[in-house]
Structures are given as structure tokens and as C-alpha cells.
Write a protein that binds this ligand. Structure first.
Ligand SMILES: *Cc1c(COP(=O)(O)O)cnc(C)c1O
Length: 374
């Protein structure tokens, strides 16, 4: 099968290696990377990304679900795999069979694991202020009770920062408070005689903005892929991150639309003068946001082509009037470089009114993942 036929993702693994080195430069030597490869490695492809990371010496990963952990194990990934989210008790078998570390969501969840009767390796989630998952940091007695449950082999505690990307004084002081709450929990655990567990708190922005408070692991996600959440993000640590992913498709056909003719569902595009329109073989089922309808751009043969009409499920139209040479079979670039131009995931996210994390993590199953040069 030809992998660059309809629509595909190209992965620049050299850029991934470069980003790993940049993170390792920022992190102190005692703090190891525990990359987030959840959501199919933010759309990049969990297996090729985790294998590349493993080859670079990464030996701890985090995923969102047990199924994601199983996929990694089945492709030969070793080391620690932490499931950051909920696993239903009916899937507890998988945690043992595939040697996955489960997050303890809260005290009730810990009790459910205890009552199962088997022994599980876990990291305890601590809620230091995001109020998503984790036992509340104030509930030290409950946290200690979790540590004492005989069926739980607690090898770590972690928390998550919710405004570490923010530069306002308020966001910074909230983050500092979260860090203090986390440190308080660790100190209390030490005081009560628990010493053999790993701690981790930072995601990408925690690392890049609060590199002075590192723990045993750092859970880098979006920035490891060389992408910021929004295009105006500034971080304290100065790092040179390079995007790993390009999103490309093919021109299926090119035709002339005559003045006043409409195009696409709802005929929301209308030709102002005679226009040259190209159909591309990618759509919202592949993860191109429908918000890009009549808004947003692609690159074709080193030039810009605006989106014409509504994004369809499997196809989309672009206006290529200004591009002299475009024909069926040509490449069109939605994210990445074409000639001297580049569209970054951050820009596409901006046009679609969202963050780049959502854009890339929704890139679909139908897209082939191809290593650069393949
Ligand atoms: C997704 C996630 C991360 C990674 O976050 P980024 O901002 O993408 O670096 C880290 N920790 C937890 C708990 C997460 O859910």
C-alpha cells in the first residue's frame, strides 16, 4: 500500500529527538522525562513515537487509558506506563496482565482497588487545585490510608497544574500555591514514614515556566511534539522546539467556477469572478476542523490557497486561482512547510478557535503515519 495516497501525517523524528534534548537541557539531572503519549501521541501515532522515545532512552510513559497502555506493550514498549485516567474495575485484569501503573483517582477508587483482592501498582493522584481527579491535598489522613492499603503498591504520587501556561500574577501565584500543596503532601508522607515513592507534577508548561521546581518525573506532552497550545504562548525557559508533524493530502481535481456559482454543502462559497477551485482528499472525519469552512488556508506548491466553502467529512475545497500550476495528484499541506511557507498547528488552531492540542489529538485513524523520508 502507498502511504502517501490520500491523506497522511509525516513525522520528523529528528525534530522529536531535538525536542527531547531541549527538555533534558532544561530539566535537572535527577528529573526524568515521562512523556505523555496519550490520544495516539497527540495524533502523531503512539507506537512510532513511543518507539522513537524508547530509542532515546526514555523509560517512563503516560497514557490516558488502559487500552492505550496495552497498545504500547503489544508493540514492545518497556519501562513504566502510567494510566493517568479512569480504568473500570472490569478492566483491572489488564493492569496486571500488561504491567500498567494505575492512577488512584481518589479514596473511594483506592478502596475499590483494595476490595478487588489482587495487588496493583499505583500512583496516587493528588488534587492540588485543578479539582479534576485526585484526592484533595488537605485530606492527608485519607492519603495516608490509601498508602496503607495492603493491596496497593504505591510507587508514586502526582498532581497536575491547571494555569501553568498563564503569565498573569494571579495565575503564577495559583501555580505556586499548587506546588506548595503538593510539597506539603510529600512532606507529610515522609513524616509518616513513607519514603519510597516517586513524585511528579509538571506537564509541558510546568516544565517550561517552573523549571526550578522539578520532581522525579516531568510529564511533557504537547511541547515535546514541538507545538505550543496557542501561537502567542511565551515561556520562561527559552527552548528551541521544532514541530514533529506535518499534515498533507492530495489535490483530487481542479476545475473552473464561473462568476456567481456556489460550491460545497450549503453553497456557502460563491465565485467572485471566474475562480479555479481544487478538491482535496481530506475532511473533518480526518480531523480537519469544520470551523475552517470559508476560513483558514492550505499550502499548495509553495503558495497559499484559502478554504472555499464548508469542510466535508472526507473532502474539502480550496481556491487556487492565484496558483499557476496546480493539478490533480499534487500535494497540499495543511500543517507544515511548502516551499518557503509554513502553516503551524498553532495557526490552524487559531483559525478554528481552539488550541493546537485539540487539533492534533483529533487527527484521524484514516491518516497514514509516515516517517520523514519514508
Ligand atoms: C495530558 C497530561 C499531561 C501532558 O500535558 P501537556 O500540557 O500536553 O504537556 C500531563 N499530565 C496530565 C495529568 C495530563 O493529563
Amino acid at each position: 500500500m502507498y502511504k502517501k495516497g490520500r491523506a497522511w501525517i509525516e513525522l520528523d523524528m529528528e525534530n522529536l529527538k531535538h525536542n527531547i534534548e531541549e527538555f533534558r537541557r532544561v530539566l535537572p539531572p535527577y528529573c526524568a522525562l515521562m512523556p505523555a503519549v496519550k490520544a495516539n501521541a497527540y495524533g502523531h501515532g503512539a507506537v512510532p513515537v513511543a518507539q522513537a522515545l524508547q530509542n532515546e532512552g526514555v523509560d517512563a510513559f503516560c497514557v490516558a487509558s488502559a487500552a492505550e497502555g496495552i497498545e504500547l506493550r503489544q508493540s514492545g514498549i518497556q519501562g513504566e506506563i502510567l494510566v493517568l485516567g479512569y480504568t473500570h474495575p472490569a478492566e483491572f485484569d489488564d493492569l496486571i496482565a500488561y504491567d500498567l501503573i494505575q492512577t488512584v483517582i481518589d479514596g473511594n477508587y483506592a478502596q475499590e482497588m483494595q476490595d478487588d483482592g489482587r495487588r496493583f501498582t499505583v500512583h496516587v493522584g493528588i488534587d492540588t487545585g485543578m479539582h479534576r481527579i485526585g484526592e484533595r491535598w488537605e485530606n492527608i489522613e485519607e492519603i495516608v490510608r490509601i498508602f496503607r492499603l495492603p493491596n496497593l503498591n504505591v510507587t508514586g504520587v502526582f498532581s497536575h497544574l491547571c494555569v501553568s501556561d498563564g503569565n498573569s500574577a494571579q495565575e503564577q501565584s495559583y501555580t505556586i500555591e499548587q506546588i506548595h500543596h503538593f510539597e506539603y503532601v510529600i512532606e507529610e508522607l515522609h513524616r509518616q514514614g513513607f519514603h519510597h515513592f516517586k513524585c511528579h507534577l509538571q506537564g509541558s508548561y510546568g516544565i517550561l515556566n517552573y523549571s526550578e521546581c522539578c520532581f522525579d518525573y516531568a510529564r511533557a506532552g504537547i511541547a515535546l511534539y514541538g507545538i505550543y497550545s496557542t501561537k502567542n504562548d511565551r515561556t520562561k525557559a527559552s527552548v528551541d522546539l521544532k514541530p514533529v508533524l506535518s499534515l498533507k493530502t492530495r489535490v483530487e481535481s481542479v476545475k473552473t467556477l464561473y462568476h456567481g456559482e456556489g460550491a460545497g454543502y450549503g453553497l456557502t462559497y460563491s465565485a467572485d469572478g471566474n475562480r479555479k477551485i481544487a478538491a482535496l482528499s481530506i475532511g473533518y472525519a480526518d480531523g480537519v476542523p469544520r470551523e475552517l469552512s470559508n476560513c483558514g488556508y492550505v499550502l499548495c506548491n509553495g503558495k497559499i490557497a484559502p478554504v472555499a466553502g464548508r469542510i466535508c467529512m472526507d473532502q474539502m475545497l480550496v481556491d487556487v486561482t492565484e496558483i499557476e500550476t496546480v493539478e490533480a495528484g499534487d500535494e497540499a499541506v495543511l500543517i507544515g512547510k511548502s516551499g518557503d511557507l509554513e502553516i503551524q498547528a498553532e495557526e490552524m488552531a487559531h483559525w478554528a478557535g481552539t488550541i493546537s492540542n485539540e487539533i492534533v489529538s483529533r487527527l484521524g485513524e484514516r491518516l497514514e503515519r509516515v516517517a520523514e523520508g519514508e
